[in-house]
Write a protein that binds this ligand. Structure first.
Ligand code: AMP
Length: 223
């Protein structure tokens, strides 16, 4: 039996829980997790040319130019691990990126099977991101109130010191939200018109959100 690849796009405002949920979706459905935010932070951390170009946009909460992000995406998508399908987290964020993704997947005989919108109101986004603490080494994410690490400010997974991401400061959060509204939210209509959009309430315990999300993905995989 030949099983078809499954490609899932995870949409939602910054702080909707895309990163946390994308990791779970990837593990449960055996997909490659592609987070363009993580890939960009990796480039910044390594001090590459691309990282140097991207950093100033990221610090301000603006979008990194499409062509820079595309290079990283293509490399990941053409990797062996992407064969069973991918969960795209933080990509696409613009119409140009959505069109590029369609083209790249079409070359591989694939398509966006399901686009899940994690719906979280603005006030909650600001509260969530303001309390977020991230591990710069392994990417684990915590929250000071709802998901604190076991030991003060140290990562449970790898023991590194946790940090507040520079773009999790309030004024940058507001900017990221307005960029999201202007450029990314319109993609909901695009996927809705294609009949692949599933709206999932993003509030509640991460396990509850994941249960809803997994149902949506299963529904999409049967198309
Ligand atoms: P994230 O971790 O997904 O919230 O991304 C952090 C930052 O990386 C964003 O605020 C953007 O500056 C940049 N970024 C991540 N993904 C993209 C993308 N697909 N297009 C443009 N910029 C991106």
């Amino acid at each position: 039996m030949v099983t078809r690849a499954l490609d899932v796009v995870l949409l939602g405002p910054p702080g909707a829980g895309k990163g946390t949920q994308a990791k779970r979706v990837a593990a449960t459905f055996n997909l490659l997790h592609i987070s363009t935010g993580d890939l960009l932070r990796e480039e910044v951390g390594k001090g590459t040319e691309l990282g140097g170009l991207a950093a100033s946009y990221m610090q301000k909460g603006e979008l990194v130019p499409d062509d820079l992000v595309a290079k990283m995406l293509v490399t990941r998508l053409h990797s062996q691990q992407s064969l069973a399908g991918c969960v795209f987290d933080g990509y696409p964020r613009t119409r140009v990126q959505a069109d590029l993704l369609d083209g790249l997947l079409a070359e591989l005989g694939r398509r966006v099977d399901v686009a899940v919108y994690l719906d979280v109101p603005d006030d909650e986004v600001v509260a969530r991101l303001g309390g977020r603490r991230s591990c710069p080494s392994c990417g684990a994410v915590y929250h000071v109130l709802t998901q604190p690490p076991a030991r003060d400010m140290w990562c449970d997974v790898c023991g590194s010191a946790l940090v507040v991401r520079e773009d999790d400061r309030e004024e940058v959060i507001r900017q990221r939200l307005s960029v999201y509204r202007a450029h990314t939210e319109p993609l909901l209509e695009l996927y809705e018109a294609r009949g692949v959009l599933k709206r999932v309430p993003g509030q509640g315990a991460p396990e509850e959100v994941f249960a809803r999300l997994a149902d949506a993905v299963r529904g999409g995989s049967q198309r």
